[in-house]
Design a binder for this molecule. Structure first.
Ligand code: ATP
Length: 301
């Protein structure tokens, strides 16, 4: 299961505050937490913990976080040989306020993530050659996503695309996608059809008509839905006590990449990803919540 993830890395700087500061206000007594994030990094870590042989293509900045993140990825068993060092920008950073009420407020500085350019992917084409599946999200330049997907398709590789944050997808990119993973809001945005709970079939059919081959719509606590030209599968979520849904979608994508990398989409593959994501929502944090293969197998039995 050789998985190449091409995507973002961020340092999340979180201040837990009594309330979100108003413009000009200073809120004291904040609790500071620093953690590793970015959808690309989260999905790479998920795929590695769940048994994939993962290479992560990402760009890190001209600061101490580059070394810290490389060490972290190496400890997760991820191949870091294709990480780009960007000497002109800082590592991607998310500045997050979380109020006691749960309300949050986030500013993302993409920094080096926007230096992951199509030229880098062309230089790294040998790594795509060796992959079973290439996994991407939308926190890097669109042109890089497109170049990577076209190259992967040319080499006969599977492409899993998770367009989060939601972005419009042109026809050429859409036709390269084997597995499109979206939540209901992204599905609605991309298809242009408002989600009403009863029209998943219409939304999925519209996305299939746009050229992607398997449409996977994650439904939070409602589980997951999948449509391709042969079948439609809907699975309820595993019943768990959810305490923090951060990185549920990323855990789902990483897990699905592992199970679909060789055999493609199946009920079992969707169920495995559903289980991995269910475990993730029972734990706090992003990467800290992602389970291992042993944990998911024990949970499923
Ligand atoms: P996020 O942006 O928070 O990572 P998302 O919006 O991309 O999430 P969701 O659809 O909320 O993705 O969740 C992804 C998957 O996580 C679901 O399909 C399901 O498998 C699992 N999941 C989410 N919430 C729950 C829950 N409350 N109980 C069990 N499983 C859940």
């Amino acid at each position: 299961m050789r998985i190449v993830v091409v995507g973002s890395s961020n340092i999340d700087m979180v201040a837990q505050v009594s309330h979100i500061p108003a413009p000009g206000e200073t809120v004291g007594n904040a609790r500071f937490i620093q953690s590793f994030g970015g959808k690309g990094a989260n999905q790479a870590v998920a795929a590695a913990r769940l048994g994939g042989s993962v290479t992560f293509v990402t760009a890190l900045g001209n600061d101490m976080y580059a070394d810290i993140l490389k060490k972290h990825f190496t400890e997760e068993g991820i191949n870091t040989n294709y990480i780009i060092d960007d000497s002109h920008h800082p590592t991607g950073t998310a500045l997050i306020y979380v109020a006691n009420s749960g309300e949050n407020c986030i500013a993302v500085a993409p920094g080096a993530n926007y230096s992951l350019l199509p030229e880098s992917i062309t230089q790294f084409s040998e790594i795509i050659e060796e992959a079973d599946i290439v996994v991407m999200q939308a926190e890097i330049p669109y042109e890089t996503i497109k170049k990577t997907a076209l190259l992967a398709k040319q080499k006969g590789k599977k492409v899993l695309f998770n367009p989060a944050p939601a972005c419009l997808i042109d026809e050429e990119l859409m036709t390269t996608i084997d597995i499109l993973v979206v939540n209901e809001l992204e599905a609605s945005f991309i298809s242009g059809i408002e989600y009403t709970e009863n029209n998943l079939d219409d939304i999925a059919q519209a996305l299939l008509r746009s050229g992607a081959r398997n449409i996977v719509i994650t439904l939070g606590s409602q589980g997951v839905y999948m449509m391709n030209e042969r079948e439609t599968i809907q699975l309820p979520s595993f019943k768990v006590k959810a305490i923090d849904t951060v990185a549920a979608g990323d855990t789902f994508c990483g897990a699905l990449a592992v199970t679909c990398s060789q055999k493609g989409i199946s009920r079992e593959a969707l169920s495995f990803a559903n289980a991995a994501a269910a475990i993730a929502v029972t734990r706090l944090g992003a990467q800290s919540s992602i389970p291992t293969l042993v944990e998911v197998n024990a949970f499923i039995q």
